[in-house]
Design a protein around this ligand. Structure first.
Ligand SMILES: C[S@@+](CC[C@H](N)C(=O)[O-])C[C@H]1O[C@@H](n2cnc3c(N)ncnc32)[C@H](O)[C@@H]1O
Length: 295
């Protein structure tokens, strides 16, 4: 891109900072350097991204440049953009995120769609989200199924604090309960639900090769890894879920495509479920399982 002749080369205008940052992030391995440069600069200026284009030749204040320098340095250290700006969109809702929670992934939106489909036919449904993290699944369900009560469980108190703030942000906290503990441990033995939904940790501890370095270096390992085969948490959810599902209730779990056979095997072994169905994501990969507790 040619320099604007009206802009002296020594002025740090929006245009120039974007160009410089794009080059710098490219050198540091970013796959979307221009987009990231724009998101970070909009965040540093506290303005919508579109405003950068209408103020291309504005010079940046020393304050904004300082904030931008710090953000770019962290991004070059592979810190995810969502952590740098403090939020991420999921199911068309804006969620607060920080390094205590997994960044919500687009493929997880399928779980919410499936849940909403099931809940349509249920009066005043009760749902539990196990491993709620940012609360993205639980809050999206509560927002779109307004008669539903949602219990959100996580082993991490720091994650629950983020989930609580996200519930408040979307004004569904009056229908949500937050509990800290290991899987179903915070529930009483007689608590039953119409649906259990979970995007649990499911990456095999020894298999970090498929993960981006951004993920391994910055996202919480308790949210990612689950034993040598990645199934340590899912196995326990399938075992314990029948006790907390009403007969005919639905269990919905996200997993990794290569785990499909193992997952169907776990449901066969359990013998407590029917209509075990593998669901595919938008890239046609097996990504989740839906099963009904036997009546
Ligand atoms: C893959 S993240 C999913 C977060 C969120 N539901 C989402 O879809 O973005 C898994 C979450 O499960 C939590 N977790 C891991 N082991 C757990 C356990 N044994 N009991 C409860 N929560 C657990 C982690 O702290 C993390 O927040």
């Amino acid at each position: 891109m040619t320099a604007n002749p009206l802009t002296p080369a020594d002025q740090w205008t929006i245009r120039r900072v974007l160009e410089w940052t794009t080059g710098y992030l490219t050198e540091h391995g970013s796959e979307s350097p221009r987009l990231e440069a724009e998101i970070l600069l909009a965040h540093a200026r506290g303005c919508p991204r579109i405003q950068l284009y209408t103020h291309f030749d504005d010079e940046l204040s020393e304050d904004v440049r300082g904030r931008m320098r710090a953000l770019v340095k962290r991004r070059a250290n592979l810190e995810p953009v969502a952590y740098l700006v403090g939020h991420r969109e999921f199911f068309s809702l804006d969620f607060e995120v920080n390094s205590d929670v997994l960044i919500p992934r687009p493929e997880t939106e399928m779980l919410v769609m499936e849940a909403l489909e099931f809940l349509r036919g249920v009066t005043a449904p009760k749902v539990v989200d196990v491993g709620t993290g940012s609360g993205c699944i639980a809050v999206a369900i509560a927002c779109h199924a307004p008669t539903t009560s949602v219990t959100a469980i996580d082993v991490s108190e720091a994650a629950l604090a983020v989930a609580r703030r996200n519930a408040a942000r979307h004004q569904v906290e009056d229908r949500m309960t937050f509990q800290r503990g290991d899987l179903f441990a915070p529930l009483s033995a007689t608590d039953t639900f119409d649906m259990i939904v979970s995007n649990p940790p499911y990456v095999a501890t020894d298999d970090q090769t498929g993960l981006d370095p951004d993920v391994v270096r910055h996202e919480p390992h308790d949210a990612l890894f689950a034993g040598g085969d990645g199934l340590a948490v899912i196995r326990r959810i399938i075992e314990a879920a029948p006790q907390h599902l009403r007969p005919g209730g639905t269990l919905l779990i996200e997993f990794s495509p290569e785990q499909t056979d193992a997952i169907t095997g776990l449901f066969d072994q359990s013998g407590q479920f029917e209509e075990v169905t593998i669901l595919r994501d938008t890239s046609q990969q097996s990504r989740a399982v839906r099963a009904r507790r036997l009546p």
